[in-house]
Design a protein around this ligand. Structure first.
Ligand SMILES: Cc1ncc(COP(=O)(O)O)c(C=O)c1O
Length: 434
């Protein structure tokens, strides 16, 4: 009989052959984002599949440990998407376990309107009021003057994303959060690998979140994570992620508290099975070991991916600055070292062409483009149709400009120096024609 290792070796060599023949082939055009992988990720999934476990298990545990080591956080909780991580982050802060610090309906939470919708939606979901600040042109991050103006006695939290990997002004935000006793949540979904004052993004807030969708610095196919250094927040997050249960046994474990049939909680009878006692309003936001196995393999490549992203960004900056008559080009926030998600371009006021003409031209030439997410989220149909209650601090002048004149192009590790040169050449030929 063949041993497990012998069979695995055969499977591995066939995967490698398959990958080389059918998956590694050259793509067409310059993608805006996309996953970079090789046979190792597929082998990692197969390895997890051969455990016969499939739900959250040893692979997730290993990923969480390694992610903590990478970031320098105490607790990482893997979930099934960045959006789930954001939802979980805010739901955690509504827990009665936080007593008077818990978020309640009507509380105000500071955000930006130039946002990905699922950074804003959890605020609405919790019955809180998003208070929108404008962003600065070129960094695309929150305007600090408006941020300070936004704080009122009703303010309870700040929930911001590091826009396209560019860390926002953490120093000022954290200072105000500490001064006013506000929760601080860092949506780091686009910023894995970015640093601020030499420290990794995702380690500054009470809670941070990450996405592992294929466009991001590493992928799990689908996946996300919530990180914190606070043991109580971590405990609540795990419970809400896992149906709201009070029991903290891992999947497949029983009675780790050694008193499974001895609890008396709520109005339940004494001895009610701890596995079925729920102390939070929960969901099931878990991921599977199969997805997380991809992430585990990708973690080994993260530093290299970040290096290529930075290199592509710098090359684009260097080569596109000759067009600064037409474009606002992106700028890293002070004291930061971004792991860029994309390269943002905003058309200047005096341009003799519009964004749609330019992005149509680029797409015709097989150069992928994206907009800065929802532009101004308050103008999205779901905001209007649901009559969502929100407050604007002052004005959203730059946000509205971004909605009209901004787009981004890729810097992901699939993009080579030659691709960057092609993109620059095409932008140049478009400008010449106009
Ligand atoms: C800033 C930000 N937050 C949250 C998300 C949601 O992540 P996911 O697609 O994994 O749900 C994204 C998605 O790209 C994002 O850019």
């Amino acid at each position: 009989m063949k041993t497990k290792e012998e069979i695995k070796k055969e499977i591995y060599s066939q995967i490698k052959e398959y990958y080389n023949l059918y998956l590694s082939s050259k793509r067409d055009g310059v993608p805006v984002s996309g996953k970079k992988y090789d046979e190792e990720e597929i082998m990692s999934i197969i390895d997890a599949a051969l455990d016969g476990w499939w739900t959250e298990g040893r692979v997730t545990e290993e990923f969480e440990k390694r992610f903590n080591e990478y970031l320098g956080t105490k607790y990482t909780i893997v979930v099934n998407s960045g959006s789930s991580a954001n939802l979980l982050a805010l739901k955690v802060l509504t827990s009665p376990k936080l007593k008077e610090k818990r978020l309640k309906p009507g509380d105000e939470i500071i955000a930006v309107a130039a946002a990905f919708p699922t950074t804003v939606n959890p605020i609405i979901e919790c019955g809180c009021i998003p208070v929108f600040c404008d962003v600065d042109m070129e960094t695309y991050n929150i305007n600090i003057e408006q941020f300070k103006k936004a704080i009122t006695p009703k303010t309870r939290a700040v929930f911001l994303a590091h826009t396209l990997g560019n860390p926002f002004n953490i120093e000022e935000i954290k200072k105000e959060c500490e001064k006013h006793g506000l929760w601080f949540i860092e949506d780091s979904c686009d910023a894995l690998g970015s640093k601020y004052n030499g420290k990794r993004i995702g380690t500054f807030g009470d809670i941070s979140t990450f996405s592992f969708y294929p466009a991001h610095q590493i992928t799990m196919g689908e996946g996300g994570a919530l990180c914190t250094n606070n043991p109580l927040l971590s405990k609540i997050a795990k419970s809400i992620r896992d149906w709201g249960r009070d029991c903290w046994c891992g999947t497949g474990q029983d009675n780790t508290c050694k008193m499974r049939f001895k609890w008396k909680l709520g109005d339940l009878p004494y001895g009610y099975d701890h596995k079925y006692i729920y102390s939070e309003i929960g969901y099931n936001l878990k991921n599977t070991d199969l997805n997380v196995a991809i992430g585990l393999s990708q973690l080994d490549k993260l530093e290299e991916f970040v290096r290529i992203r930075k290199e592509n960004f710098n090359l684009l900056s260097e080569k596109l600055c000759k067009f600064d008559k037409y474009f606002y080009l992106p700028r890293a926030e002070e004291n930061s070292d971004p792991s860029w998600f994309g390269f943002l371009i905003t058309l200047k006021e005096n341009c003799n062409f519009n964004r749609e003409e330019l992005i149509e031209y680029l797409n015709e030439n097989k150069i992928g483009t994206r907009l800065l997410f929802s532009g101004n989220v308050t103008k999205q149909p779901y905001f209007i149709d649901n009559k969502i209650n929100y407050r604007v601090v002052d004005n959203l002048t730059n946000t509205d400009k971004i909605m009209k004149d901004t787009f981004w192009i890729g810097v992901c590790p699939l993009i080579s120096r030659k691709d960057v040169e092609y993109v620059v050449e095409k932008i140049g030929s478009f400008i010449k024609e106009h």
